[in-house]
Design a protein around this ligand. Structure first.
Ligand SMILES: [Zn+2]
Length: 475
């Protein structure tokens, strides 16, 4: 460009020639604008059950406990644009992951339980299917089972999210380049250890026959190569970071690093769906320590995409959002106890340090205590695990009776009562052990990011991607 332009501007040119040059420059800038408007590398980060409130606890935790910045707020939101998305489903104000992910992936409101199928029954090609048609690589990465509702909504179409056999049939047909997460139990044939199926084909054999390399642990993931890659690291959902065997089970960060290495081998471009399910699971268990760790791991995965963006700034789009909130969590300023004249207690930085001292998830704590804990086991756990925490007498009574403290979804009374105990000691309270209808933030950085600004419907998320992919009206 400079070789051409400089001699031309120095020389006196005829007006006719100037017009031709101007037209040529306009063409060049139009082509550049088009290229800038079509991201080649698209990251979709989903914190399942995540919220601004949950993220803010993790951000403060990073600053106070680790002296670390938080990529989502400090880089993606600072340099990019920020919006809010509605979360309601077609048939309810509070959604599940299936209907919400369908809105994000297929651009239509769906009923609870449906993946990739709109409420009126029609199916529209998802953002990932359209990216595949353009020749881009595709990846599903999750700490959930790989056939769970959120990833499933990007590459399958079913009215029942629990129809795992059909979801895997559709994955085989869609043939994404990379599938990483948990869920061996639905791949292994009935009768094999870890299988949770009543019959069916050997899914591992089917995927390897289609050219997938297979990794079952962290070491296998690190050295995996081949045209396509399937990584299944646990029988069911992957473990909370607090409980994970760090030598065997990869973190979301490690899976994301592998995905970027794998997808970035050529310049076909890619769409990578990268989800942390544990932000949702922690919400259901009302487990703030696990929620913080899940958001930290999620943020570090986003940081890897940010590093990629810095190198491919004009070709990359990073999107960070959630399907819905789980738990309505936040620090509180409230009375110390139930008496109207009790003193006020506000959360402070010490509370973050107390959260940091909890060494295991409440799921694991509940498993250690069993469904009907004994007083001795409870006392021992308070002494060994929750050092410096106080168990109020009323909560201890509930714990010994394993009495559900609220109408939580996927009730685990022991975990939820321990969650209340942690809340009493740290001022982190959960509004619910289920999903809420709060809008979720969407942070966007890179090519096309400004489209995601403002208050929008969650179906607009997919519609912007359709438009950016140049397939706004295809079915
Ligand atoms: Zn959930």
């Amino acid at each position: 460009m400079h070789h051409l332009r400089n001699p031309l501007t120095r020389r006196a040119v005829s007006s006719r020639r100037a017009v031709i040059v101007a037209a040529a420059l306009a063409l060049v800038s139009a082509a550049t604008a088009l290229a800038e408007d079509a991201p080649k590398y698209i990251f979709i980060f989903l914190a399942d059950g995540g919220s601004a409130g949950g993220m803010e606890i993790a951000r403060s935790f990073n600053r106070v406990v680790h002296g670390e910045a938080f990529t989502i707020t400090d880089k993606v939101m600072r340099d990019g644009s920020l919006g809010l998305l509605t979360t309601h489903a077609a048939d309810s104000l509070t959604t599940d992951s299936a209907a919400a992910a369908t809105a994000l992936a297929a651009g239509c409101k769906a009923n609870i339980g449906a993946v990739g199928v709109c409420a009126d029954g029609h199916t529209s090609k998802t953002v990932m299917e359209r990216a595949r048609e353009k020749g881009m690589r595709a990846a599903l990465v999750t700490t959930s089972t790989v056939y769970d509702a959120s990833p499933a909504a990007f590459l399958s179409h079913l009215s029942n999210r629990k129809d795992f056999e059909s979801i895997l049939d559709q994955y085989l047909r869609a043939a994404p380049d990379l599938i990483l997460g948990g869920g061996r139990e639905q791949f292994l044939p009935a009768g094999r250890p870890e299988s949770a199926r009543k019959g069916g084909k050997d899914r591992l054999a089917e995927f390897t026959a289609r050219g997938y390399a297979y990794a079952s642990d962290k070491a296998g993931l690190a050295k995996a190569s081949g045209a396509k890659l399937l990584g299944l690291f646990t029988p069911g959902e992957m473990n909370f970071d607090l409980d994970r065997d760090v030598n065997k089970e990869p973190s979301l960060v490690e899976m994301t690093r592998a995905a970027i290495r794998f997808l970035g081998r050529d310049d076909r471009g890619f769409m990578a769906f990268i989800e942390n399910e544990n932000t949702d699971s922690a919400g259901h268990l009302t487990d703030v320590a696990s929620m913080v760790q899940a958001y930290r791991d999620f943020d570090r995965a986003v940081a890897l995409a940010y590093e990629f963006y810095v190198i491919h700034r004009r070709e990359t789009l990073i999107l960070v959002t959630s399907d819905h909130d789980s738990g309505g969590v936040g620090f509180t300023l409230a009375l110390q106890d139930l008496r109207p004249d009790a003193k006020r207690v506000a959360a402070n930085e010490e509370d973050l340090k107390k959260i940091a001292s909890i060494p295991i998830s409440l799921r694991k704590a509940a498993a250690l205590l069993g469904p009907r804990p004994t007083a001795e086991a409870v006392d021992r756990m308070m002494h060994d695990v929750f050092k410096g925490f106080r168990l109020a007498p009323d909560l201890k009574k509930m714990l010994l009776a394993a009495q559900p403290p609220a109408r939580n979804l996927y009730t685990d009374p022991v975990a939820n009562i321990l969650g209340l105990m942690v809340a009493n000691n740290t001022q982190v309270y959960w509004g619910s052990g289920g999903h809420t209808h709060q809008p979720v933030f969407v942070a966007a950085l890179g090519v096309g990011a400004e489209r995601f600004r403002g208050y929008q419907d969650n179906t607009d998320f997919a519609k912007h991607l359709f438009s950016l992919l140049g397939t706004p009206n295809s079915k």
